[in-house]
Each structure stands twice: as C-alpha cells, then as structure tokens.
Design a protein around this ligand. Structure first.
Ligand SMILES: [Cu+2]
Length: 609
C-alpha cells in the first residue's frame, strides 16, 4: 500500500506510473546500411511528481536513453554524438559527507566537490555485454569532447539478450553514468521468437538505480542529483530507488503473465529482490527466471527464496505470473544491505534497514487489474536448445588459466592484482607474495605482476582459445567481475579462508586455503558477462575469446571501484601473431598442447580432477 511519507525530505511511494523507454530500431539507408545517430544532451526531467525537474545528461533527451532494438546479425553503425554543452556546469553535485549520512538527502553540511563541479563533458560509450570489435568497444581513454562524435560498428552477432549502453570515460564513469548516461539494448533472434514469450506491452524492461538528491538550506529536496559518499565509504549508495528514471513507481498490469527484463544499473548498490503480497508474504513463487546477462537459460529456474540478487550490471530475464491475482497489489522490495557482502538480510523483507543503508527497501509496486484477460502463453520446458553448460573437465585440454586477486589496501585503494606463479629459480625480490593452498593441499606462491590500469599488459589471449580465469576475493565486500568482448560461464565458486592475507603488506603470512565448494545458484548457470565474487571466494569462469581481436578491458562493475582502480586491459591476438611477438611473457600467453601454462593457478585446478 502507498505510504504516507510526504514531507520536506521524503517522497510518496508508488505515486507515479512507471515509464517505459521508447524503442529505437535502426532504419535501413539507401545504401543498405543500418545507421543510428544518438546525441548526448542535457535535459530537465522530473524523477518524481513531487520534485522539481532534475538536470540530467541523457541519450536523446530520455532517461534512461531510448531502448535500441536489433536483430541478431543486423550490423548497425551508431554515431554517438557528444552534444553536451561545454559552457554549463556539470549536472550533478558530488560530496564527501560524514560517516552515517548516506541515508539522508542533502550535503550534510559539506561543500560540493570542486573537481567534479569543474568537469567537462567527456564521454565514451560502451555496449555492455556486446561482442564488439575493439575499436567500437568504448575504450575508456578514447573519450569525445563536446561537439565531437565517435562512430561504432556493432555486428550484433550473438544470441538474443538484454544488453545496455553506458558511459565508460576514464576516471569519471561513476559521475557520467550517475548523471544519466545509460540505456537499454535488446538483441532479438529466431530462437527467442519461437518461444512466443510475452511481448509488446507485456514485456517490460526495468532499469534499477539508486540516487540521492540535494536539499535547500531548509532541507527541501531540490531535485538536483547528489553523488554522496562518506569519509570512510567510497561507494555511492542513495536512499531513493529509480526504476526507468522514476522514483518508486507503480505499474498497472493485467492478471496475466509478463516478461520483465531487469538490469541493475546502479553505481554500487546490490539488489536482492523479493516480491511481497498485500499481507507482506513472500510471493517469489510467482517469478520464474528464464535468462541471464547473455541470453536465455536452457530451462526455466526458480528464483532463490531469499531473493533475486542483482549486482551492478547484472541482468535477469523473468516471467512473472499475475494470473488469478485480480485486484491485488504486489511490492518489489530490496533486502540487500550496502555495502553488500552476501550476508543474509538482517530484517524481514520490506522492513527498512537504515543501519545497512537501506532506509527505503521499496523498489516498485505492481497493481493487478480486476479485468480478466486471455493469456494462452505456456512457458516451455526448454528455452534455449543451443545452451550448453560448460564444465572445466570438458574444456579444450590446452586451455590457459589466469589468476587475479581482488585486494583492498589499508588506504582504501581497491585493486585487481594479476598474479603469476613464483617458479623455482625465480629471484626472491623481497616482494610480498601470496600463497594459496588448493583443494588437495598443494601450496603455490604468487607474485603481483600488475595492480593498476596503467601497469603493463600481461594477459595476451590467443584468438579463438578458451580460457579459465580465476578470481579470488581477499576483500570484505562482494565485487561484480565484468569482462568485455565475451559471454562466459561461472564454473565454480570455491570457498577460501583468507585470514593469512595481510592487507598492510599485500602478501600472506600464512597461505590462503581452500575450505570447501560453494554453490552457484541455478540462476547463475547461464551466459554471463558479470559475476559476483563474494568475500573469501575463488570464482572460476570460462570463456572462448573469439569474434574480434584487440585490446579490451575487464573490471569490477562497482563504478567507484572501476574508477579507482579495479580495471585492467587484456589483448586478444591470433596465436600466430603471438608466436611471432618476441617479447617477455609470451610463454605465459601461448596455449601449449596438453599443458597448462605458467602464471596460472594450475595446481589449484589440476588437483580438482
Ligand atoms: Cu569492486
């Protein structure tokens, strides 16, 4: 039910109807090409009917941007035009506020950050989840200035999926996306069409984002977007939840099945979504998940009873069944605390949890009409017959392994540390080593070969090869690990005791050691481009690096982490070119027959067989 919370610093929940971004389909030009021109421009948009309009940056004046819809294999050129004015102040205010203040709107007595206030429009677009050629992938440093544009070539040669496009500018992604630069991108294919899933008005994208707002000296909400972090918390978490650009909307639905396409487009907030009926009872049995980041699952799966977890950038393709629920209302609520570390909810779903930066758990409301409707749709038992589950032991025998550690230093700096095995005969350089003991008791020592974006490229991937990337989390929070170019599958989620890691030195005083196999949820088995790595976990993912060559990025998708400094480059090249490239590190990169390569946590994985 609607809460009566109107006041100077609060807004009525479920007052405004959900908006669905208009669909933009590329039209064929006279010379048989599909071309779109998309302008980034400022706009003034009401995020809630009780608020003054907010200044935002948009694609084509829309928040979120228009939903671009293409067919599989339909090659489209998009000219991304930076039409953001040079002579206007940056549209958002940023502030570092006292600890404990993130639940409140306003700057909490602190001055606006002047570096952010002085930012110019400098943008680059990345199609997240897209199998995209390197020079169209939105390399973070290749930004455009006001008045300039970049043309990207998207071949869209991948299965039907919900992707999204968003800004990726070096150092300021968190501000540009926060200011509004994000939109949805749908790829359709024949396999999906044959299922006759609920479509048209019954297929609804839901882009979830948290935001904060500035206030007047008297405490009234001004509508101005406020990127508020705390003295000791670099991640942005805000009290207001927007769905498709509207704070706490409602959606009228019929008593039928709907396809909901969810995306968490937040900077750092995780959602663990629960559907509640009017009595506050969990109604997750009404929801079936049919797809993940990269497309449809093999079979429909239930959503975990604790809720559907979506880290920033993760997507879920859902069928929600409102049949036989005429006249009822359902509330979608979040029960994930912030920062998220995979802890269970502290309180029953729907209860405000301000201690965990969840002052308003509500996301949106569904209002089922009383009018009966025809709904002949039957969810098929098989969704994607092209789907196949990857397993480590059935990967090509010569697959490469790589290892990266997620590390937070005492000064709060977060890094992706690429690790290489210390081999007998390597000189001891006095550096801090990380020792890891695998499942069968073998201990391997690793040295750090890169920890910042600007460090030298180490990961050269042979085009067409399949690799296993192992991500071990030595921090206390969950990080969504995102890889450009490919869709991967999570192979395993193993549990490690990380007490022996010392963040002061960046090394271990005692080995980090295996202590059990964790579980991947049924709804994580699909094709992914972003996977959650919880504290104390080693998550292994497998991908085949094909389609395109060139320099790409992988990174944490908490935007505050991506900007500092959890992002790294990798290069995909033909194996023949790698062989000809006489450089140190080549032996780490070349697949060899029947043998894993150095620089990998091979022993950890070989022991598993
Ligand atoms: Cu992170």
């Amino acid at each position: 039910m609607t809460e009566e919370t109107t006041g100077l610093t609060s807004l009525t929940k479920f007052k405004d109807c959900l908006r669905v971004p208009p669909i933009l389909r590329p039209q064929m030009t006279a010379d048989q090409q599909y071309i779109l021109r998309i302008h980034m421009r400022p706009a003034r948009i009401q995020l809630h009917s009780e608020l003054p309009p907010s200044e935002v940056w948009t694609y084509e004046g829309l928040l979120p941007g228009p939903t671009i819809e293409v067919s599989r294999g339909q090659r489209v050129q998009i000219e991304w035009i930076n039409a953001l004015p040079e002579d206007q102040p940056y549209p958002i205010t940023a502030v570092t506020a006292p600890n404990g203040s993130q639940n409140q709107p306003g700057r909490s007595g602190r001055p606006a950050n002047q570096i952010v206030a002085a930012l110019q429009p400098w943008t680059v677009v990345h199609l997240h989840g897209g199998r995209t050629m390197a020079n169209s992938d939105g390399w973070t440093e290749n930004g455009s200035l006001s008045g300039q544009s970049t043309t990207c070539d998207y071949t869209n040669d991948q299965q039907a999926a919900l992707l999204w496009y968003h800004d990726h500018a070096m150092g300021i992604t968190r501000f540009n996306v926060y200011a509004g630069l994000a939109g949805l991108y749908l790829i359709r294919d024949a396999e999906e069409a044959a299922l006759h899933l609920p479509g048209g008005p019954y297929e609804i994208p839901l882009l979830l984002q948290d935001r904060n707002l500035d206030t007047t000296p008297g405490g009234s909400l001004t509508g101005r977007l406020l990127h508020k972090i705390e003295d000791d918390t670099m991640e942005f978490f805000g009290p207001f939840t927007l769905v498709n650009g509207t704070i706490w909307p409602y959606l009228p639905v019929g008593p039928r099945q709907y396809r909901l396409r969810l995306l968490n487009g937040s900077n750092s907030r995780f959602f663990r979504l629960v559907l509640l009926d009017e009595q506050g009872k969990v109604a997750l049995d009404k929801i079936t998940q049919i797809g993940t980041d990269g497309g449809l699952l093999g079979q429909p799966v239930a959503v975990p009873q604790s809720g559907l977890i979506l880290a920033p950038a993760e997507r879920a393709d859902l069928i929600v069944d409102f049949r036989a629920l005429q006249g009822q209302r359902f509330t979608l609520v979040n029960n994930a605390g912030a920062p998220f570390d995979n802890s269970p909810a502290a309180l029953p779903p729907g209860m405000p949890d301000p201690e965990n930066r969840l002052p308003h758990p509500e996301v949106m409301e569904f209002r089922v009409s009383s009018q009966p409707v025809e709904d002949p749709f039957v969810l098929p038992e098989t969704l994607s017959s092209s789907y196949h589950r990857l397993e480590h032991d059935r990967l090509p025998a010569d697959h490469q392994h790589r290892l990266v550690a997620l590390v937070e230093y005492p000064d709060g700096m977060l890094t992706l540390r690429e690790l290489a095995e210390v081999l007998e005969g390597d000189a001891a350089l006095g550096e801090a080593l990380i020792a890891i003991t695998g499942e069968h008791g073998k201990t391997v020592h690793y040295r750090t070969i890169a920890k910042q974006f600007e460090d030298t490229v180490n990961w050269f991937v042979a085009y067409g090869s399949t690799e296993v990337w192992n991500i071990v989390n030595l921090t206390e929070d969950t990080h969504p690990f995102h890889v450009h170019l490919v869709q991967f599958q999570a192979l395993s989620r193993d549990l490690y005791n990380t007490d022996g890691f010392n963040p002061e030195t960046g090394g271990t005083t005692a080995p980090v050691f295996f202590q059990g196999h964790g579980t991947l949820d049924a709804n994580e088995m699909g094709w992914k481009d972003t996977v959650r790595v919880n504290p104390g976990e080693l998550v292994s993912i497998a991908a085949t690096f094909d389609g395109f060559t060139g320099r790409f990025m992988y990174h944490c998708h908490l935007l505050e982490h991506e900007d500092h400094d959890m992002m790294r480059p990798f290069v995909v090249m033909p194996a023949t070119a790698l062989a000809a490239m006489d450089m140190p590190g080549m032996s780490m990169s070349m697949p060899t027959s029947g043998e894993h390569n150095r620089g990998s946590p091979v022993q950890l994985n070989r022991d598993r067989r």
